[in-house]
Design a protein around this ligand. Sequence first.
Ligand code: SAM
Length: 189
Amino acid sequence: NFRCRSAFKLLEIDDKFRLLQPGRVVVDCGAAPGAWSQVAVRRVNSAGTDPALPRGTVVGIDLMNIPPLDGAHFLSRHDVTDPATHAELLQLLPGGRADVILSDMAPNASGVREMDHEKLIAACLTLADLAERVLQPGGALLCKYWDGFLARSLQEKLSSAFAHVQTVKPNASRKESAERYFLARKYRR
Ligand code: SAM
């Protein structure tokens, strides 16, 4: 009973890379309707479902409204790329720090592949600024992009701040789609 099938992509990626451990602090960018946040809440124990495990934090951000979810704080009607949102987010993070930034953000697709690609990469590039503001050294960033000629520039930007960057294509993502994820680990700034 997830709000959206996209949950299965995150479950698959997290089963492999174990980003969402109990106690961790997670920022979910482009969170509506909230399926990734549901996965994050369960895995970091932010609703305190298992009292024996450390309790994590999940903060979701979206331009749209995100229906409430036990264990998550949502910044609905907020733009992830806006520095004013970063300032508000800081207040919601324990000690102003996050362990993991997730982004399944996607602009409304125009259908013109090149244009959609450019728009999404531009939004993803701002996640590097967000990381600089809130990400703990050693932290991770997982971000969706649509493949195309600017993917390499995003990869290079991530590689300058993270020790390890790789492309991930979950099985739950349609093979014929240009959708990919960059997983950047071991933040070092
Ligand atoms: N991961 C979500 C889930 O599992 O429920 C689905 C996310 S959906 C594919 C993409 C979302 O990104 C949309 O809700 C859209 O409003 C949001 N989005 C796109 N650009 C954004 C931005 N600049 N700031 C915040 N949200 C944005």
